[in-house]
Design a protein around this ligand. Structure first.
Ligand code: 4FD
Length: 250
């Protein structure tokens, strides 16, 4: 997958993506990261990329021309893939980024990520250049770069070959829309802090049931908002009902 990042701070990339799973994927060429400095597309000698907001008010706005032309330069290198590549603006006003959105983006052969700065990006870029707007959460960052790094990491995990088989199973546990069950490794007794007996029992059916119950209970206690969209069996519903949860009717 080809990932194009458009930013005023190219030195922030690859940053953490050079390490661990994503670092290996970059080295193997499963991911290709292309970083462009938006400032290179400024129209004036001083390479100015921001300006005052029409109508007044505090803060600067990113000018449309450098961003639009940086996107065009990225698309020009994409060839066939250009029409299938989402042009994503990272913004607090975007649609919430979730595991599902990450999976969806990973099916594209290429992505173009626009990292805004200042108080925002000229509305015409949002309307006419971006095809998608994404927010990684309800907080404001100095720029879109850290959001882009988060999106790239989460998307990379769904690109075939990036994770080993062992690691991909862990992802699937969120794909079901529930929180992960508690995990333990050796020693079985650390300072008298014991691993639950069931996990040492060797009874695989009982272990699977215990883990499922832990996932359900943890989701019920910490993130009940996830339950209506989780993939639940009749057994799961019965278990949750016993613990005081009932699905909300229309
Ligand atoms: N929550 C996010 C993304 C970007 C950002 C910016 C408009 C601000 C948070 C466009 C306003 C870009 C997020 C840069 N802060 N800051 O995903």
């Amino acid at each position: 997958m080809d990932i194009h990042v458009l930013t005023l701070f190219p030195e922030l990339f690859p940053g953490p993506l050079a390490v661990s799973v994503t670092g290996r994927a970059l080295k193997q060429g499963l991911l290709r990261l292309h970083v462009r400095n938006i400032r290179d597309f400024a129209h004036d000698r001083h390479q100015v990329c921001d300006d005052y907001a029409y109508g007044g008010g505090p803060g600067m706005v990113m000018k449309p021309e450098p961003v639009a032309e940086a996107v065009e330069a990225a698309k020009a290198t994409l060839g066939e893939k250009a029409d299938q590549a989402p042009i994503v603006l990272l913004t607090p006003q975007g649609r919430p980024f979730t595991q599902k959105v990450g999976q969806e983006l990973a099916r594209s052969p290429a992505l173009v990520l626009i990292c805004g700065h200042y108080e925002g990006v000229d509305e015409r870029v949002r309307e006419r250049v971006a095809t998608d707007e994404i927010s990684i959460g309800d907080y404001v960052l100095t720029g879109g770069e850290l959001a882009a790094l988060v999106v790239i990491d989460a998307v990379a995990r769904h690109v075939p070959g990036v994770l080993g088989n062992e690691e991909s199973a862990a992802t699937d546990s969120f794909a079901g829309g529930l929180l992960q069950y508690p995990q333990y490794t050796r020693p079985a007794d650390y300072r008298g802090w014991l691993v639950p007996d069931v996990l040492l029992s060797g009874n695989h059916a009982e272990i699977a049931r215990w883990r499922r119950h832990q996932s359900l209970l943890r989701t019920l206690l910490r993130r009940p908002d996830l339950l209506p969209r989780a993939e639940l069996t009749k057994e799961d519903l019965r278990f949750l009902n016993e613990h005081g949860w009932a699905p909300q009717g229309p």
